[in-house]
Write a protein that binds this ligand. Sequence first.
Ligand code: HEC
Length: 152
Amino acid sequence: MKGIIKKIALLLLLTLVILQFVRPDKNESGYESVAYFENETNPSDEIKTILKSKCYDCHSDQTEYPWYAEVAPFSYWISDHVEEGREHFNVSNWKEYSTKKKDHKLEELIEEVEEGEMPLASYTWLHGNITESEKQTLIAWTKQLRLQYSEK
Ligand code: HEC
C-alpha cells in the first residue's frame, strides 16, 4: 500500500514538473494599446491608476504578470482569466466597439463594480481589492462617461 502511494506521489510530481515546460501565451502588447481608450474617455490620473492597477490585467492587451504566473498550474489558471476577461471587455479593442457596445460595456462596468463582482475575487487575494472610495470614484466617472455615448 505504502509503495503505491509513493508511486502516485512521484507520478504527480513528475506531471507537475513536465507541466512547467508548457507555457500559455502571454498577453503583453504594451500600454500603448490602451491609448485609444484613454484618449477618447479622458480619465483623470486617479482613474487611470485604478484601471491600471485593478482592471487592465484582464481587460486590456497589457497584463502585468506576477511571478507565480510562471508556475503551472497557476499559469493556466491566470491565462484563462485573462482570456475570458478580454473576451467580454477589452479596452484595447475600444476603437472597434460600436457606440452602443461602448455604452453597454460601461453599464456592465458600473453593475459589476457596484456588486463587488470586479475585480475577480481570486485576483483580489493577492492584488488587494478596490477600496470603497476607489469604487465610488470609478462609478461616478463611468456614469458621467456614459452620457457621451448614450446621447448620440
Ligand atoms: C483576474 C482577472 C480580472 C480582473 C482583474 C478584472 N476582471 Fe472584469 N472580468 C473578468 C472575467 C473573467 C469576466 C467574465 C466573466 C464574468 O463576468 O464574471 C469579466 C467581466 C467583466 C465585465 C462584464 C463584461 C460583460 O460584457 O458582461 C466588466 C464590465 C468588467 N469585467 C469590468 C472590470 C473592471 C472595471 C475591473 C477592475 C475594477 C475588472 N473587471 C477586473 C476578469 C477580470
